[in-house]
Design a binder for this molecule. Structure first.
Ligand code: PNS
Length: 160
């Protein structure tokens, strides 16, 4: 049986921490969808299509990875597309409560849907998109935080 899973998130923008999770998950499953979704508690800097474009560049050499974007419920999307597992990266313990709450809610909405947690690489433990945005917006060096191939695009975006 071919196994497709989804790695959902805001990816505003994608960081090396996200990329690390994508690479590792892409080796574990037949197909990995990376879902750029709306988090209602965040006000995004990049549009969904900008975030998708950055992710496409970053994952260009990963053959079994596809970037998708949608505005509805993740649990519904999974039901409609026969996806039975969500992959999430876990950084510090501080992520855990929020991630656990989402995992349980998603399973209540769609009882076939499991969430699989992948521990973050130690390098990415304290990295977040909001840190990248803050440093970039103040002209700081983000080269250790985002994949090389999209570095200049992100820097430019904050110079607008
Ligand atoms: O990277 P984030 O912001 O922590 O990711 C959160 C995200 C986008 C995965 C979450 O907000 C989400 O699943 N949004 C889609 C709408 C939805 O299904 N909400 C219920 C979540 S239990």
């Amino acid at each position: 049986m071919s196994r497709t899973v989804i790695y959902p998130g805001s990816f505003d923008p994608v960081t090396i921490g996200h990329y690390e999770v994508i690479k590792r998950a892409s080796k574990m499953f037949d197909k990995l969808l990376v879902g750029v979704l709306v988090n209602q508690s965040k006000k995004p800097t990049f549009t969904i299509s900008e975030r998708m474009e950055l992710l496409r560049e970053v994952t260009a050499d990963l053959e079994n990875v596809e970037i998708v974007g949608f505005e509805g419920l993740l649990a519904e999307y999974c039901k409609e597309n026969n996806i039975n597992a969500i992959v999430k990266g876990l950084r510090a313990m501080s992520d855990f409560e929020y991630e656990f709450q989402m995992a349980i809610t998603n399973r209540k909405l769609n009882p076939n849907l499991e969430t699989i947690f992948i521990p973050a690489d130690s390098e990415a433990m304290y990295l977040s998109s909001s840190m990248v945005r803050e440093v970039a917006s103040m002209g700081g060096d983000i080269s250790n935080f985002v994949p090389n191939c999209i570095h200049d695009k992100i820097v430019k975006r904050f110079q607008k």
